[in-house]
Design a protein. Structure first.
Length: 169
């Protein structure tokens, strides 16, 4: 299978924050952002694998800054690393000022998707060749995050998590 570049799966969702999507402080509701990120990640995983791709795990979400009603929210998702059938999708969320156009980083998240066939059975995906410094950094750390996610899900034994152990030795 021919490897792909992260840029080939880049997916950008740009949308407004509407009143029905906010909390009591008139900021974007966390669950709404999770859903938007899931949608962007799903498209990104599909672009990389060219298969149906399902969410296997939400590995990390940081709601660092609130996003106010009326804001323009830009969600950028791309595959940071592909394993056998799973893909790590790294998501950056930006808040665009309507007047100046200036963008500030609001949040980020990491999702794991698995490519499947019509019966929901996992299928192999192309590998990733990271290009930029940031892509290489995210690629290098992805195996550690996969092991942590599997460990927390009870799908990996602690002694098998070699990348995690290496952090403490
Ligand atoms: C995701 C799913 C396809 C995995 O199926 P499975 O039978 O566990 O398959 P496997 O054990 O072969 O795992 C497939 C891949 O997913 C990875 N994986 C599974 N669970 C994971 C987790 N919690 N974190 C990270 N990776 C995970 C495995 O490591 C494996 O990766 P690899 O092939 O790249 O090495 C299956 O659990 C599923 O269909 N889940 C429901 C998905 C869904 O409906 N999502 C929407 C939420 S409502």
């Amino acid at each position: 299978m021919t490897p792909k570049y992260p840029s080939e799966s880049l997916t950008i969702l740009t949308d407004l924050v509407l009143p029905s999507e906010t909390n009591a402080l008139n900021n974007l509701f966390g669950g709404e952002l999770l859903a938007r990120m899931d949608r962007a990640a799903s498209i990104s995983a599909g672009r990389h694998s060219r298969h149906i791709s399902v969410t296997a795990s939400v590995n990390h979400v940081a709601f660092n800054k609130s996003i106010a009603l009326g804001s323009v929210v830009i969600i950028e998702a791309k595959v940071s690393r592909a394993f056998k059938t799973s893909m790590e999708i790294y998501i950056d969320v930006w808040n665009e000022d309507r007047e100046s156009g200036e963008r500030t980083k609001a949040n980020e998240a990491i999702y794991t998707f698995v490519a499947v066939d019509e019966n929901g059975k996992p299928v192999e995906v192309p590998q990733i060749i990271p290009q930029t410094k940031l892509e290489k950094h995210r690629y290098d750390d992805a195996l550690r995050r996969k092991q942590l996610s599997l460990l927390l899900a009870g799908k990996m034994k602690p002694e098998e998590a070699t990348e995690l152990k290496a952090l403490f030795v």
